[in-house]
Design a protein around this ligand. Structure first.
Ligand SMILES: Cc1cc2nc3c(=O)[nH]c(=O)nc-3n(C[C@H](O)[C@H](O)[C@H](O)COP(=O)(O)OP(=O)(O)OC[C@H]3O[C@@H](n4cnc5c(N)ncnc54)[C@H](O)[C@@H]3O)c2cc1C
Length: 415
């Protein structure tokens, strides 16, 4: 079947212009320092490197994350780019990054369970939901009371997301939705899901999709965890059996679901596109494990550090483009590809340096082992390596685009 890759083709104006009272020429560094001073009153400073970030592995401790978010609530620090009306700081992307950088100086629990809501779905709600919905959903995302999941992929619709088949049929003041979703991260403890479903098969595939907020406690929703090779079961199959969704939970107009999904995916690519959670001090910590005089391993380590720096620089370039109001370019795809390759090699190096210690301790998996077992998933989640290469091929190298013969035909004629 011809495939339309998941493009981050458009970025809606979810990052509202800064409404903070901070003067524009205040200076990003001054803002960072001031934020560090404010955070000193509510958080403890970080000491040492901590564990390597493993994007999900073994991190389902929800209460410590909620306590952390409660400490940040008054200042809006957890959501610096959200408008003040919704509990954020109303900062532009550059200023918001200064706040995030200040936060990194302090102890924090693993916030992975909350990040989809805070960084992807919250901003999508800001871009597409109406004010009543924003007032209902955003405060509970910000406080961590509600965890959200992305209900996009289906057994036959992953890279070709617009080929999704979950069906939404009008029913009174709402909709009945049936179908199945898969790889839905955190669905087993999510309160809400951002759901894409097809309301009309008689129009081309991108046009017949509508987006909904789905209360996961609704009768007809069943969630079945899938166990991964790192022993986590953080993603799920979700079955929807005539699930009723009030029309007041529709996000955006009927038929605007593709736009809503793209907005969310563009935030995801931006979030994944950087260092993928690895921190420079973790690389430094790995260096400390290299035996003295082992020039070969030192050389391997240096190559990882160079890659890490390149990814950081590319991330800065993408950030500058976003600040200037440009839609996400191919930088994020390049960073994701490089970051994925770098993390796989870094995890191998960690395993090699720790030796037997990295593979024992089944009850408390070693952090490098966890990273090693998680790293293949990076080639799939948030758009596969092949799809990133397609984007780079088409948008950077100017290669001919993939044939998309189903683009303008009614969806019902193509399945
Ligand atoms: C850890 C993890 C977490 C995830 N979390 C979520 C989530 O929370 N919510 C959600 O909705 N989804 C989630 N996903 C699903 C993820 O987005 C999809 O797995 C991904 O988009 C790929 O889709 P697929 O698995 O159906 O593979 P397919 O699209 O079937 O691809 C199979 C293979 O074919 C290749 N391929 C496909 N199309 C092309 C093409 N046009 N050109 C070249 N090669 C191609 C792919 O690169 C891949 O190698 C998650 C996945 C992982 C691994």
């Amino acid at each position: 079947m011809p495939v339309e890759p998941r493009h981050a083709a458009e970025l809606d104006d979810a990052n509202r212009p800064g409404d903070a009272s901070l003067p524009g020429d205040d200076g990003i560094e001054a803002l960072r320092r001031r934020t560090v001073g404010e955070l000193d009153r509510v958080l403890k400073r970080r000491h040492g490197g901590g564990r390597v970030g493993v994007l999900g592995a073994g991190s389902d401790d929800l209460e410590s994350g909620r306590r952390y978010l409660a400490r940040l609530a008054a200042g809006g620090y957890a959501v610096p780019s959200w408008p003040r009306a919704h509990g954020g700081m109303g900062l532009d992307p550059g200023q918001a990054d200064a706040v995030r950088s200040a936060l990194r100086e302090f102890d924090a629990p693993n916030m992975y369970p909350f990040l989809v809501g805070l960084d992807l779905i919250g901003p999508t709600i800001l871009a597409h939901a109406d004010f009543e919905q924003q007032g209902r959903w955003l405060p509970r995302i910000r406080s961590g009371e509600d965890i959200w999941c992305q209900m996009f992929s289906e057994p036959d619709a992953g890279s070709d997301l617009a080929g999704l088949k979950a069906k939404a049929v009008r029913d009174g003041d709402g909709w009945r939705v049936s179908g199945s979703k898969v790889w839905t991260s955190r669905a087993h403890y999510s309160e809400w899901g951002l759901l894409l479903a097809r309301h009309d098969s008689s129009v081309p595939k991108h046009k017949g999709i509508t987006a909904f907020g789905l209360d996961m406690a609704t009768p007809g929703v069943s969630v079945k965890p899938l166990v991964q090779m790192n022993r986590d079961a953080h993603f799920n199959e979700v079955f929807l059996d005539k699930v009723w969704i009030p029309d007041s939970d529709r996000i955006g107009g009927v038929g605007e679901g593709w736009r809503v999904g793209l907005t969310c995916l563009s935030f995801e690519r931006g979030a994944l596109g950087g260092d993928l959670g690895v921190k420079v001090e973790q690389l430094e910590r790995l260096r400390a494990l290299i035996p003295p005089g082992d020039a070969v391993t030192r050389d391997l380590w240096s190559a990882r550090m160079v890659e890490f720096k390149i990814i950081q620089m590319t991330g800065l370039r993408a950030q500058e483009a976003r600040k200037a109001g440009k839609a996400p370019g191919p930088e994020d795809s390049g960073s994701k590809l490089r970051g994925t390759a770098m993390i796989k090699k870094l995890a191998q190096l960690g395993m090699q340096l720790e030796g037997a210690a990295a593979v024992v301790g089944a009850d408390d998996p070693d952090e490098w082992q966890s990273l090693f077992l998680m790293s293949p998933s990076l080639s799939i989640r948030g758009g596969t390596d092949e799809i990133q290469r397609n984007i780079l091929g088409e948008r950077v190298l100017g290669l001919p685009t993939e044939p998309r013969v189903d683009k303008d035909r009614p969806f019902s004629d193509t399945v």
